[in-house]
Write a protein that binds this ligand. Sequence first.
Ligand code: OAD
Length: 252
Amino acid sequence: MISELLIQKMHDATQVLVLTGAGISAESGLATFRDPDGHWDQYRPEDLANEGAFRRNPRLVQGWYHARRKAVLSALPNPGHRALGALAGLFREFTLVTQNVDRLHQRSGSDRVIELHGNIQQFHCIECGLDAPEAVFAEIASGQVACCQICGNLVRPAVVWFGESLPKEALDAAWQAATRAEVVLSVGTSGLVYPAAHLPLVAKRAGAFIAEVNIAPSALASEMDLVLIGKAGDILPTLLDALKNRKKADRT
Ligand code: OAD
């Protein structure tokens, strides 16, 4: 059951921002980071997701990202992703910001997704920044350490690692949208990683109504105006239907 208050707030809003995290892709079969059996249950972030770890052992890090990339390519968008794609059409301004690198939002039909943590399908040179051609997939798949065609340095996944800044353009766009938003939904994120976790708080300070959708209260739950407990793949389609019905009722 979706809260009447949220339906009313979203019905009245023209500017909405949704922040997603790994939880929205859990129902597509992709592991989250901090749930039991999540990535950080099996590995330490400092062994895999930072530049020092990569330079020390590029084969290990490239291998881990390769396994994740394969999982992402065989995963399909789920009803939660699709509901967000459809929700976009109901508002004058709808901003979808994700911490996910899996591109499942785009594959479910969402365009103009702001990717705060990069994209696991692309690579670039760690030194000169040159985008790597698709051929590096095959090199990494065969266990080789891929290197830049131009300068010969290591090729890395185009994701944000611990200790690195987020892409400026993406962060600025997300920040500005947060200050304009009337409603923010934070979906499937633990709310532990900043600056992404700041976005609902920035929006709240600017007057937005903020709500979260999660199977358990996140670290941001006490700041939320509303906490909806349940799977994103159940709650988001129900919210979409409720909003569409409300808009239809208004027109008749
Ligand atoms: P986490 O693994 O920290 O959190 C996933 C959240 O999703 C948890 O709060 C779960 O309760 C929730 N969840 C799980 N299944 C769900 C479902 N079906 N429906 C709704 N919620 C569900 O993942 P993130 O918050 O995305 O950064 O993690 C943030 C960042 O930390 C990641 O982008 C990654 C990681 O280190 C980098 O790699 C830079």
